[in-house]
Each structure stands twice: as structure tokens, then as C-alpha cells.
Design a protein around this ligand. Structure first.
Ligand SMILES: [Zn+2]
Length: 266
């Protein structure tokens, strides 16, 4: 598994699709999303009834996921930081294992050469769950970061309050840093800004980390069945991906004052 950690709106959906440019990397979106709550369409261009991946699998997928959610998600971030080994019950780990089992079986049926499944859940609690399963040794962690100004602008654009967004991003960065450090986890750090500037370099370092050649030019192999994440990005990859856009929307999204405050932290 490739597991991506980072803040909301850090570009993880984009990265998931870009990884699936390799035909043996299967991208299924964010496993932490409550996919049973609303009708969704799949990034492969089909509805859930006709998507070749989910058609006979969707209800089993959701059932397995639903039951593990309450058990794996900790009640507070402090539990995660200071008692990382004790917060998950044996029962929860078993549920996590059988959830993974059902996904990997389905993936193997449809893509017998698959080498990686990508989970862009981003949350540390979900990663913590995966790390308690027998899959732990085979998880490759990518920490995807994004500069503070475009990151916070993505929050305020969607109606989140400025200070609330700033605080949650800063806290999550700290949590991620210490979780990875204290658990001595190996990870690759990628910066979203580099995607536009030099994706060749990003593809190169990712290829070396995952030990599989990530194409620097996107080609669709229909190895993605994404029913969560950024819907704009999803649509782009359902159709034709037209390349990267420079990350500049924050310039008009943030006020002068907000930019000044963010400069203190960058
Ligand atoms: Zn699909």
C-alpha cells in the first residue's frame, strides 16, 4: 500500500491519480470516507452500478468499512500521540485486516499484476490503523505538503473560517511530524508546489522510493476507481488530464491581512 498523509486540500487526490499512471498502481481514493452516505459516481466514468470494480463489490466494501470506523478512529488526537500502541482494540485490528483482505482480493481479480493500492485518506488515525495490521511492513508513506498560503486559501474558499483553518493545519503538521518521528517511520516528503515546477523530479524521487517507475507524463490505464476526494480533480481524470495549473488562486482568495499573518509562519 502507498499511504498519503497530509492536510485537507493538499493535492492528495491529484497525486493518487498521477501514481495510477503506472498500470500496476491501483488508486481507489480515500478509504476513510463514509462512501455509504451518498450516491457517487466513479472516476472510471461509470455509475456505481456499472463500474466494473464496484458493481458486485460495493455493498461488501461498505459493510466492512462501516464496522471498523467506530473502532479505529480515536476519540482525541492526544490518544494518538501519546498512547499510539494502546488505542486500537484487537477486534478493530481484525476488522481492519478483513477490510484490507476484501479490497486486495477484489483488486487481484481485476488487476492480477497490481503492485500497489493507493490510500489517500491523509489522516494519521487511519494510518495508525493500517500500521497495526499485518500489512504494516508493506506500507510506503508519502507525506504531501503544500505551502501555507495556497493551503489556507483552499479552506477559506470552501467556507472554512480563517483562524480555524490555520490552527487545524498547524496542529496537523505537528501531529504528523511527531507521529512519524516517534514511530520511527520511513517516509517520502513531497511538496505540491513542485508538481507544476518540476514533476520530472517528483516522479523520479517517488519512483526511487516506491521502487516502481512512475511516468512523468500522465497516461490513463483505467486503474483508478475513485468515489471520494476532490470532485474537480476526479472529473479531470475521468476525461482528459490537461496538465498542471500553477498554484496561484490564493493571491486573490486571501485578504492582505491574511497573507501577512501567514507570512509569519511560512
Ligand atoms: Zn470505476
Amino acid at each position: 500500500m502507498v499511504y498519503i498523509v497530509g492536510n485537507s486540500f493538499c493535492g492528495s487526490t491529484l497525486l493518487g491519480f498521477l501514481l495510477s499512471a503506472h498500470p500496476d498502481i491501483i488508486y481507489l481514493g480515500e478509504f476513510k470516507i463514509k462512501t455509504w452516505l451518498k450516491e457517487r459516481s466513479c472516476s472510471c466514468g461509470h455509475s456505481l452500478d456499472t463500474c466494473p470494480f464496484y458493481t458486485n463489490f460495493f455493498s461488501a466494501f461498505n459493510e466492512a468499512k462501516k464496522s471498523l470506523f467506530e473502532d479505529v478512529r480515536p476519540r482525541s488526537v492526544f490518544n494518538l500521540l501519546f498512547r499510539s500502541d494502546k488505542i486500537i482494540s484487537k477486534n478493530a485490528i481484525e476488522k481492519m485486516e478483513s477490510f484490507y483482505q476484501s479490497i486486495s482480493e477484489r483488486v487481484a481479480q481485476m488487476y492480477p499484476n497490481a503492485q500497489y493500492i493507493v490510500d489517500t485518506s491523509k489522516s494519521i488515525w487511519m494510518l495508525n490503523g493500517w500500521l497495526h495490521t499485518s500489512l504494516a511492513e508493506d506500507i510506503k508513506i508519502i507525506w504531501l505538503t503544500r505551502q501555507l498560503k495556497p493551503s489556507i486559501a483552499s479552506f477559506t474558499k470552501r467556507g472554512f473560517k480563517f483562524y480555524h483553518s490555520l490552527l487545524s493545519v498547524l496542529v496537523n503538521n505537528l501531529l504528523t511530524h511527531y507521529y512519524l518521528k516517534w514511530n520511527r517511520l520511513d517516509y517520502l516528503k513531497l511538496d505540491y508546489t513542485r508538481f507544476y515546477d518540476d514533476f520530472d523530479e517528483v516522479a523520479k524521487s517517488t519512483s526511487a522510493f516506491l521502487n516502481i517507475p512512475i511516468p512523468s507524463v500522465y497516461q490513463n490505464h483505467n486503474t483508478h476507481h475513485v468515489i471520494s476526494g476532490n470532485s474537480f480533480t476526479k472529473k479531470e481524470f475521468t476525461g482528459h488530464f490537461n496538465g498542471f495549473r500553477k498554484d496561484e488562486e490564493w493571491k486573490s482568495q486571501l485578504t492582505k491581512n491574511q497573507k501577512r499573518i501567514l507570512s509569519w509562519f511560512d
